[in-house]
Design a protein around this ligand. Structure first.
Ligand code: ARG
Length: 461
């Protein structure tokens, strides 16, 4: 038999393979709530403008609400024959209310309908991510406060560079996730336009009121160009880009946590709740959550590249290719939700080994820059000469297998006569971090200042 929704010109039904490649109901059923909400707003507008009768609108609304409760109660029979969520709902509506159901699709196409449903879904997901980022930032600020003065090695090239504080390091991630949150909000603001009423691609001859449906569905305004409206998936691409950037931040931190939790580093110990054991090696405690966060970033990046590739050569306006937009976004959304929740939990209750961090902070001649700076400040050397002198002090310490602060004064004086006892005041890691008090620097006072500013900002938004 041919299709009830579009089968007028068809003599026979689709091949089973056609049905299999064409049907999207297995995944787009996720859009049921948005689809029904959109149809309710559309039907109300059709009645208000006199396009359908108030009586038909009443039946349609009643039927749609019945379908909503059927789906939510798990009592709705989804059918692949009916392709997608839009036609599944409409077919059930016809069963429930009869011919009035056929009036719902007046002045509408599945093209603007799916653009609406998907936009509503993505917008809600971005709002969920916004809230999750808020919780993550809160957890990070709490840990940063606790460790504003906890000294750890700062790395470049993963080689000890200069001592920093763990609070400062965590606050670097606060900046990243804070930017992610502004990206989320920018994306919401940009996609906040209602597609409904673009119809197939050209608009409609019916006297619809697009401003009314836009307002009813919580959008700032209707979209301005009907062709763009049904061709555009920027909002999905932007969601995936925002998600990919955020996932990338999560992945970098996950990698650091994997490194920090090795017995060799021993900077942090993950709680039992966020680690796993080995089935053969009884001593093992593995950072699986961190590893999975690192790995799942690949799925999200893949989703972004996948949808960019789907969209890149599409002529205007709608093509069925665009049905491939949903699974990528659904998977990325679910994945990012999990990653954010896992990272928030993991960082919130990991144990920080201050002694191990402090010990490592002093290794690798990490205060060499402080010695060079001292020579510039106190002995008036040009920085390049100070750099050279300090290099010789490092070579000597290396030969004697000791730290810079353990070199005796006369040995230092042999390297440069201007060096005095006072130099030892800058060679300790605590003094080193305290001295880096430039705006945005690692000095505990600066770190606390940034934490206070972030707390105020979080309270505001
Ligand atoms: N299931 C379709 C999608 O996800 C809905 C739009 C179908 N429109 C069409 N002209 N075939 O894109």
């Amino acid at each position: 038999a041919s299709n009830r929704m579009w089968g007028g010109r068809f003599a026979s039904g689709p091949d089973a393979v056609m049905e299999a490649i064409n049907a999207s109901i297995d995944f787009d059923r996720k859009l049921y709530a948005q689809d029904i909400r959109g149809s309710l707003a559309h039907a109300a507008m059709l009645a208000e403008t006199g396009i359908i009768s108030a009586e038909d609108e009443r039946k349609i609304a009643h039927g749609l609400n019945t379908i909503l409760s059927e789906i939510e109660a798990g009592r709705f029979a989804f059918s692949r024959k009916l392709e997608d969520i839009h036609m599944n709902v409409e077919a059930r509506l016809a069963e429930l209310i009869g011919p009035a159901a056929g009036r719902l699709h007046t002045a509408r196409s599945r093209n603007d309908q799916v653009a609406l449903d998907f936009r509503l879904w993505v917008k809600e997901e971005l709002q969920r991510i916004d809230a999750q980022l808020g919780r993550l930032l809160d957890a990070f600020l709490t840990r940063a406060e606790e460790h504003a003065a906890t000294v750890m090695p700062g790395f470049t090239h993963l080689q000890a560079a200069q001592p920093v504080t763990f609070g400062h390091h965590l606050m670097a991630y606060v900046e990243m996730f804070g930017r992610d949150r502004t990206r989320v909000r920018d994306a919401i603001a940009r996609m906040d336009e209602c597609p409904l009423g673009a119809a197939a691609l050209a608009g409609t001859g019916f006297p619809i009121d697009r401003h009314r449906t836009a307002t009813a569905l919580g959008f700032r305004a209707p979209t301005r160009n009907s062709i763009d409206t049904v061709s555009d998936r920027d909002f999905a691409l932007e969601f995936l880009s925002v998600a990919a950037i955020c996932a990338t931040h999560l992945s970098r931190l996950a990698e650091e946590i994997v490194i920090w939790s090795t017995p060799q580093f021993g900077f942090v110990r993950l709680s039992d709740a966020f680690s796993t054991g080995s089935s053969i090696m009884p001593q093992k405690k593995n950072p699986d959550a961190a590893e999975l966060i690192r790995a799942k970033t690949g799925r999200i990046n893949g989703a972004l590249v996948g949808l960019l590739t789907v969209m890149k050569g599409l002529p205007l306006a709608y093509s069925k290719d665009m049905q491939e937009d949903k699974e990528a976004v659904f998977d990325a959304a679910e994945t990012l939700d999990l990653m954010l929740a896992a990272m928030t939990g993991m960082v919130g209750d990991m144990e920080v080994n201050k002694a191990a961090m402090r010990k490592a902070a002093g290794a690798g001649f990490s205060t060499a820059t402080d010695l060079a700076d001292w020579l510039v400040r106190e002995a008036g050397l040009p920085f390049r000469e100070a750099h050279h002198v300090t290099g010789r002090a490092v070579a000597l310490a290396e030969a004697r297998k000791c730290g810079l602060e353990k070199l005796p004064l006369d040995a230092l004086k042999d390297i440069h006569p201007a060096i005095t006892e006072d130099v030892y005041s800058v060679l300790s890691v605590a003094n080193s971090v305290r001295s880096r008090a430039s705006y945005g620097g690692t000095a505990p006072a600066q770190v606390r200042r940034q934490i206070r500013a972030w707390r105020r900002r979080l309270k505001r938004d």
